[in-house]
Design a protein around this ligand. Structure first.
Ligand code: SF4
Ligand code: SF4
Length: 278
């Protein structure tokens, strides 16, 4: 089995700087790469976009930036549905859209994940080409990876065994809903999208005023069983970052160093500003 290009996206590291988006535009706006991709217009098309995902509630929220692009799927639905002959997958895994056929009207609809997009200026369809024209010229990475200041984006050419080892080692996952297509873009720290965050602040009365309650034990119970526990920090804050989405009947059970206890029921399906007063 020959090695194929694979991109990994670490959701803990993306800071929404858009360098990857801009570097890709810089490479492709006004530049025609025959056999690889048509020139993009300034009005343009985002072949890489940064989505946003928020979890948590009230003042305790976490924002995750999610780079999205063509995943160069190994079992690509776009290729199966393509009657235009515009799409092809190379032996190195890269899916390309023939610039000579990029004006076929049905192309956008061929990707069920919305990763084939039409340039508002030229009318040509595009996908993120992995900058195959650069890799073929000896580059070790596409412009997007080169421009990423945090190494949130990394790429490698891996055969299936090496990919399986990397997936197991780093806890990589395909984007939710894309599993059957066998994407070659993998995400690290996907819990930021797939799991709930329960975080809050514990307050106690001091001299008649609310004050941060440090050192309070907070245990998270699901269906009556303890799933995790933590202790509030100096600001009275606590967080549980890996609550499965199907979790039901969540309770927070708080206990103070002097033995006082309090139980707070939560429903994950509803926003819940978690400010707990002892
Ligand atoms: S993400 Fe869409 S366009 Fe890219 S290979 Fe997969 S199905 Fe095709
Ligand atoms: S360059 Fe890297 S850190 Fe910046 S938006 Fe893109 S993936 Fe995120």
């Amino acid at each position: 089995m020959s090695a194929k290009w694979t991109l990994t996206v670490d959701l803990d590291l993306c800071v929404n700087c858009h360098n990857c988006v801009l570097a890709t535009k810089d490479e492709h706006i006004g530049n025609d790469f025959p056999g690889y991709s048509a020139a993009q217009s300034g009005a343009g098309v985002d072949t890489i976009r940064i989505d946003k995902h928020q979890r948590g509630s009230g003042t305790q929220v976490e924002l995750t930036y999610v780079p999205r692009m063509c995943s160069h799927c190994d079992d690509a639905p776009c290729l199966k549905a393509d009657s235009t002959g515009a799409l092809r997958k190379r032996a190195d895994g890269i899916v390309l859209l023939d610039p000579e056929k990029a004006h076929a009207p049905e192309l956008e609809a061929l990707c069920p994940f919305g990763m084939i997009r039409r340039d508002a200026g030229t009318g040509a369809a595009h996908l993120w080409s992995f900058d195959a024209h650069l890799l073929d010229a000896g580059w070790e990475m596409p412009r997007a990876v080169q421009a990423c200041p945090t190494s949130a984006l990394q790429c490698a050419k891996l055969d299936n065994d090496a990919l399986a080892q990397r997936v197991a080692r780093d806890g990589l996952e395909g984007f939710p809903g894309m599993e059957a297509a066998k994407p070659r873009v993998y995400y690290k720290n996907m819990r930021r999208l797939t799991h709930a965050l329960v975080a809050g602040t514990v307050l106690q009365e001091t001299d008649g005023r609310p004050d941060c309650a440090a050192g309070i034990t907070v245990a998270l119970h699901e269906d009556g069983k303890e799933r995790a526990r933590t202790v509030t920090n100096g600001f009275g804050e606590f967080a549980f970052a890996e609550i499965p989405p199907q979790a039901d009947r969540i309770e927070l059970r708080l206990s103070t160093p002097d033995g006082a206890e309090k139980t707070v029921p939560l429903e994950l399906s509803h926003p819940h500003p978690v400010e707990i007063r002892l």
